[in-house]
Structure formats: structure tokens, C-alpha cells
Design a protein around this ligand. Structure first.
Ligand code: COA
Length: 500
């Protein structure tokens, strides 16, 4: 199915933008949005022209302010509408007369509060002018590369003590795209990703989706060179059949990780008053997502954990998982979790077991180390043992991926074990995830060091296992669809963050 993705491109990379409702009042949404564009323009990131529209001002942030769109002589490609809902139809009529290509309506007060007629009215105006419409009741678009930033939540705030703090960080450029029905959740996701130093390519909050909806956004992101992984938050999915057709196409080249809420009758009711979404039967979504190769996260943590794994690791070639640990219990926990999720941890091959026996004879790993899988180096583990064992495991053709649970508490383990493991793993195209448990200094160091070395790291064995299993399942899906090799050939993210 071919959708007109060139009509969507303009939202992310416009030549000219007008903010209708641009205000000098720093506490207003229209001020923040205009300031975002003005600052990105001053920095040379946003390269388009910028216009402020507000009948009550003559100048906003040193830009001339026009009383209405019709008073701007130059063409305008995109309007961002930030005025109360009752004024939106008039703004849309002016935009239509000016042959604006796309409108983003941030304003609330439409279908989500029962004001269906008002929503239909603006939709009608857009349709008859061949103007694309994002929203209403949305946060619009953020593009880390083009400097388009319609997020009305300020990046920093001044606290009562006079200190300036970051409140809504914009993440660095990266390969994750966020497509979200909930603006607030989307922004929380940006905060999480910025904090974890996970980069974002594009962010789009589509709110009530009066016009532009999930299938079109997915089709657009499928072609987007900056995006390698798509994160989707949805309460109810519009155009179900179309969504499935597009999603099936997209997942052959890019993973879609979905958090679909409104699963229960209480949640579904909340979704109706949030974005007017009809959530549908949850079981149907489960089946549909599985059919289309969409990875469904069970909750918010799962969503981010899986995203982290996909943003740096390739899907494995098969379902052979090895667990390497210095901690028996957590090794069992990881094995349990893999099994619960349908991927059992198999015994290692005789060749690999023999290699471990040789290491035992050479006293390079403890005689009492367990090697059947999980491989448990025990509390006598050292950095060198982790390095040797990682290599042996990844050399095994039946081991397609690895979970390393290196609890830092054991006496013989130096902090360099992370770098040693990362140096070994960077020589293979097999996904690796890591885990260290604890909330004090060393645990924090180990986890963040793993991530700096390009290995996603988790604070529980189950989280690590679940994230890896999602990769395994996606790898199996790609194989089944016959597109695994093409996928790997196109993939740039694997080991792009390699050892530093
Ligand atoms: N053209 C241009 N500017 C206009 C206008 C028009 N037709 N009508 C009003 N304005 C100006 C106002 O004069 C004001 O500027 P000022 O500060 O210089 O006086 C500015 O637009 C904003 O109008 P105002 O009435 O002050 O509204 P507001 O800023 O308090 O609220 C919204 C506007 C859109 C933010 C608000 O109605 C809203 O919908 N809030 C919820 C947004 C939301 O949560 N969206 C979903 C996110 S997920």
C-alpha cells in the first residue's frame, strides 16, 4: 500500500512556519513554541522562515508580529495553531485561503470533550483546501535534525530559589522515532530518553488524529533515513486494517515497539475522555500486533527497556541464548524469564563445554564453575574470566545472543570487566544485554559504563531477559518473512556506539 508520505514530510521539514497565537507572555504555550523555533533558527538548526501571528502584538522576540495569516505576503507551508478552540475555524479558513500545506492544532476542546461538530468543521476546512491536519489536542512535532520544535513545554524553568533547571529536555539526535497519541506521555518519554542519553530522530504527537493518523506516520517513518526504531504509544488505533497493512510492511525494515493502553474497561473509559479514542478489545490487538510483527510492550518500563535494546543491538539470527554470570540466583532468574516468554535456554554444545573444561584445567576459571548454561563463574569470578567466557560463548555458532549478569559485589572483579566484555562483544554481530543489581555507586557505574560501550544494561535479570527475548522474537519474525539478511545489511546501529 502506498501512502502520500511527501505530504507528511512538510510537518518535519517546512520552508516556512507561522505560529498563530505567538505571545510575549512567557507562561503561554504560544510563546514557548515561537521561542523554540526562534532559538533553533538563531542557532542555525531551523533553516525555514518564521512568522508570529497575534492581533494584539506588533513584535514577538524581535520578530515582526502580524495580526493575521492573511497579512503575511510570503507563502507559508505550516501553521502551528495555539489559540483557544473557538477561534480555530477562523484561523483554518485563513490558512486555507493562503494555501498553507499543513496545520498543526495544539488547542484542546474538540472531540475529546464531545465537541465533535467543531472538530468536523476544521477537518472539513482542511480537506477542501487539500491541507493536511495534525491534531487537534496534540503537541505536534519535534525533529532533532531540522530544529522543528512545537513542544509547548519549556525546556528549562527558574525555581523559586533562582536556579534554572531542565524540566522538558529535548534528547540528542538519534535513531528512535516516537509516535504518540498522548502528548504528555510523549514528553515524559523524551525526558526518559534524554536522561538515558538515547537519541531521538523524530517525535510526533497526533492527539485526536482528525486527519493524519498512525498508518501515514508509520509509512513516512519507514522511509525516514534517520529513524531505525519506531516507538508507538496508542490508546485506540484508527484505520485498523490500514494500520495492519502498513505495519506489516514497516516491520520488515524497522521494528515497531508499541505501548497500547486502554486495556481494561476503566482504562478504555479514560482513553475516550483523553483523546476520544475507542480502545477496542485488547486481545484483538495482541493478535493483530503479533501478525504484523509489532512488538507489544506490557507496560511503560518494558517499552523503554525494549527500546534501549533495539536502539543499539541487532536482532539475533536464532533463538540460542547464553547466560553468563557470577551470581547463580540472578542467572536462574534470567533463565526463568526467557522460558516464561517462550524461549528456553538450551545446554551448550559439547565443543563449548570442552573449551570451558580446558579453562578449568588451566585454572583460568574455577573448577566449580557451572557451565551448562547459565555459565556461572561464581563469587570467585575475575574480569579476565568474564572476558574469556564471553569469547567462548560468542564463538559458539548455536549461541545467537548473550545475557551478561556481572554483579559487581564479588571481590575479584575489577571495574575493567565491562570494557573487557565490550571489547570482545564488539567483534561479533550478536546482541548482548547486561545486568547489574543495586542502587549504589558501583552498580550505577557498571550499568552506565556498559551503556557508554553500546551494551544496553538493566537493573534486574528479568528486564534484561525480556528485552533480549523481544530482539530474539523480532529476529525470528524477520527470518520467517525472509527479510533478515536485507535487514542486517541496512542496519547501521549495531555497535555504532562501540568501545570508547
Ligand atoms: N490569531 C492570533 N492570535 C490570537 C488569536 C487569533 N485569532 N486569538 C487569540 N490570539 C492570541 C491571544 O491574544 C494570546 O496572545 P497574548 O498572550 O498576546 O494575549 C494568544 O493568542 C493565546 O490566546 P489565549 O486566549 O491567551 O489562550 P492561552 O494561551 O491561554 O491558551 C491554548 C491557548 C491553545 C494553549 C489553550 O486553549 C489550550 O487548548 N490548552 C490545552 C493545550 C493542550 O493541552 N494540548 C494538548 C497537548 S497533548
Amino acid at each position: 500500500m502506498k501512502l502520500q508520505t511527501d505530504q507528511i514530510e512538510v510537518f518535519f521539514n517546512p520552508h516556512s512556519v507561522a505560529v498563530v497565537g505567538a505571545s510575549r507572555n512567557v507562561n503561554k504555550a504560544g510563546h514557548v513554541i515561537f521561542k523554540n523555533f526562534a532559538e533553533n533558527r538563531a542557532r542555525g538548526i531551523f533553516k525555514g522562515s518564521l512568522y508570529a501571528i497575534n492581533p494584539n502584538e506588533t513584535e514577538v522576540l524581535s520578530y515582526r508580529c502580524y495580526p493575521s495569516l492573511s497579512r503575511v505576503i510570503d507563502p507559508i507551508e505550516v501553521v502551528v495553531v495555539v489559540v483557544p478552540s473557538q477561534f480555530v475555524p477562523q484561523v483554518m479558513r485563513e490558512a486555507a485561503a493562503k494555501k498553507v500545506k499543513a496545520a498543526v492544532i495544539i488547542s484542546s476542546g474538540f472531540r475529546e470533550v464531545g465537541n465533535i461538530a467543531l472538530e468536523e468543521e476544521i477537518k472539513g476546512i482542511a480537506q477542501s483546501a487539500n491541507m493536511r491536519l495534525l491534531g487537534p489536542n496534540c503537541l505536534g512535532v519535534y525533529d532533532s535534525r531540522t530544529g522543528v520544535d512545537m513542544i509547548f513545554l519549556p525546556e528549562t524553568k527558574i525555581l523559586q530559589n533562582g536556579n534554572e533547571v531542565v524540566v522538558t529536555p529535548r534528547p540528542m539526535p538519534g535513531n528512535l522515532a516516537i509516535v504518540t497519541q498522548s502528548g504528555a506521555f510523549g514528553v515524559a518519554a523524551l525526558d526518559y530518553l534524554a536522561g538515558r542519553e538515547m537519541g531521538v530522530s523524530k517525535f510526533v504527537s497526533f492527539g485526536n488524529k482528525a486527519d493524519v493518523n498512525e498508518p501515514e506516520l508509520l509509512a513516512y517513518l519507514m522511509e525516514d533515513r534517520e529513524t531505525e526504531v519506531i516507538l508507538l504509544y496508542a490508546e485506540g488505533i484508527a484505520a485498523g486494517r490500514k494500520f495492519l497493512e502498513i505495519a506489516k510492511e514497516v516491520t520488515k525494515t524497522k521494528p515497531i515497539i508499541a505501548l497500547k493502553t486502554g486495556k481494561t474497561s476503566s482504562g478504555a473509559r479514560a482513553a475516550v475522555s483523553h483523546t476520544g479514542a475507542l480502545s477496542g478489545t485488547d486481545k484483538i490487538y495482541d493478535g493483530a500486533f503479533a501478525q504484523a510483527g509489532v512488538i507489544r510492550a506490557r507496560d511503560m518500563d518494558d517499552f523503554f527497556h525494549i527500546a534501549k535494546a533495539f536502539s543499539t543491538q541487532p536482532p539475533p539470527e536464532g533463538d540460542g541464548i547464553a547466560v553468563l554470570t557470577d551470581a547463580g540466583g540472578p542467572g536462574v532468574m534470567a533463565a526463568d524469564e526467557c522460558d516464561t516468554r517462550g524461549i528456553s535456554i538450551r545446554k551448550l554444545s559439547d565443543v563449548t563445554l570442552q573449551k570451558f573444561e580446558v579453562l578449568k584445567d588451566q585454572q583460568k576459571i574455577p573448577k566449580f564453575a557451572a557451565t551448562l548454561n547459565p555459565v556461572d563463574l561464581t563469587g570467585s569470578a575475575s574480569s579476565e574470566m568474564f572476558e574469556l567466557a564471553t569469547k567462548i560463548l560468542l564463538d559458539d555458532p548455536d549461541v545467537h545472543s548473550l545475557i551478561v549478569i556481572g554483579l559487581h559485589h564479588v571481590p575479584g572483579l575489577d571495574e575493567d570487566f565491562v570494557d573487557r566484555i565490550a571489547n570482545v562483544t564488539s567483534q561479533y554481530r550478536k546482541p548482548v544485554v547486561a545486568c547489574d543489581i543495586g542502587e549504589t555507586e558501583m552498580a550505577m557505574y557498571v550499568r552506565s559504563r556498559f551503556e557508554k560501550m553500546g551494551i544496553p544494561s538493566y537493573s534486574s535479570p528479568e528486564d534484561a531477559a525480556r528485552s533480549l527475548v523481544a530482539l530474539v522474537r523480532y529476529g525470528l519474525y524477520l527470518k520467517k518473512e525472509g527479510c533478515y539478511d536485507a535487514y542486517l545489511a541496512n542496519m547501521t546501529r549495531k555497535k555504532t556506539r562501540g568501545p570508547k
